[in-house]
Design a binder for this molecule. Structure first.
Ligand SMILES: *Cc1c(COP(=O)(O)O)cnc(C)c1O
Length: 370
């Protein structure tokens, strides 16, 4: 382990292979008008290799393009994979920043440990996103709530059908310009309560950011769409009673006295947006509680007027107000309920910090372009 860290410190030299077919300014500007989410990609990507013998090696920035691998590559069969998601924000003076990237780096290490993948040193993670953003700096949008979404990921590339941790792994970072999550203004969402499916169980991989958790959430997501809902809320897998989280966002309930309540469970992914929102709430003198929350508590306390707001949070949407929770035999709230006041003011404060419109008292922002 000590040897690996030492190597990392010395070995931070990325080789850059420029994309000769990079998009022209005209092509890029056209794509940036309405990029949507996850559909358009920049000209470059980061690629770092790992092997059990050589450790992390050959860090490079290269043209964005297909990854070639053996059909027996372990990830295609056994899903040994983890990923991250964070954004690069353009500030008014043109500089480019990311939000708590070291928290993503540490989380990727925790995810990697759970999936028996090698841990990428934090300084490699940070350098990899800086390298990519510097090469693709013109892809960082300038308007509104737009950003450049960064997607670091790592997977088992070894060609081997036996079941054991792979001894050949690659880490990549790709980048995708992203439009505002709510282009027409923030619209509260309806959420479907899944009772037939769980996303994660005790001792499972729920706390790791790994594709398998998403794969297992998709049928429930389908059920949500069929019921006119945008997202799905999962309950714990043992009793089917306690709130866990959405497919890819954490959930928060707001008490009428301003207390934020968020579920505690070993199978919830620890969101950086959630942690930051709780910080901002405490800075305002509000109480925060992380504890088990049953679906009955939400239903009863909402009915009696004690729980007055609810929202989901994650990097992509920042904060999505929840208008209504729909279950097979009951609902909480109304589909056309307006966004909660505290929900919206915390959302705005976090965005203002991310876009450099407010001071950054916690030192959350890291400059990427200089
Ligand atoms: C990424 C993710 C979140 C949100 O985490 P952020 O760091 O806030 O983006 C929540 N739940 C799941 C399952 C996730 O994968």
């Amino acid at each position: 382990m000590a040897i690996q860290l030492q190597m990392a410190a010395q070995d931070l030299h990325f080789q850059t292979f420029r994309n000769e077919n990079a998009k022209s300014k005209e092509e890029r500007d056209a794509l940036l008008v309405d990029p949507g989410f996850g559909k358009v990609f920049t000209d470059h990507m980061v690629d770092i290799c790992w092997s059990d013998k050589g450790g992390w090696h050959r860090p490079r920035v290269q043209p964005y393009g297909p990854i070639s691998m053996d059909p027996a590559a372990a990830v295609l069969h056994y899903s040994q994979e983890v990923f991250e998601g964070l954004k690069a924000y353009r500030h008014a003076d043109g500089s480019v920043w990311s939000f708590r990237p070291e928290a993503n780096a540490y989380r990727m290490q925790r995810s990697a440990r759970r999936l028996a993948l090698p841990e990428l040193p934090v300084e490699y993670f940070l350098e990899s996103i800086k390298q990519l953003v510097r090469n693709d700096i013109d892809w960082v949008p300038e308007s509104g709530e737009q950003s450049l979404y960064l997607r670091p990921f790592m997977f088992a590339k070894e060609a081997f059908l036996g079941v054991r941790p792979a001894n050949k792994v690659n880490y990549y970072v790709i980048a995708s310009p992203a439009g505002a999550y709510f282009p027409g203004g923030v619209a509260p969402v309806s959420i479907w309560l899944s009772t037939d499916y769980a996303r994660a169980g005790k001792g499972g991989t729920g706390a790791a950011k790994t594709g398998g958790n998403y794969a297992s959430s998709l049928v429930a997501q389908q059920e949500a769409y069929e019921n006119g809902c945008a997202q799905v809320l999962f309950l714990d897998s043992e009793e089917g009673l306690y709130l866990e989280e959405l497919g890819g966002m954490n959930v928060v309930l707001v008490h009428k006295d301003g207390t934020l309540i968020t579920p505690e469970s070993s199978s919830i992914l620890e969101g950086i947006t959630l942690d930051s929102i709780l910080h901002l709430a405490r800075d305002r003198g509000l109480a925060t509680e992380m504890r088990r929350v049953s679906i009955h508590e939400w239903r009863d306390e909402a009915a009696s007027g004690n729980i007055t707001e609810a929202f989901a949070c994650g990097t992509a949407a920042v904060v999505a107000p929840i208008a209504q929770l729909k279950a097979a035999n009951f609902t909480i709230g109304d589909a056309d309920a307006p966004a909660g006041e505290l929900t919206m003011s915390l959302r705005q404060e976090l965005l203002d910090i991310q876009y450099g419109r407010l001071p950054d008292p916690h030192g959350w922002m890291t400059r990427l372009d200089a």
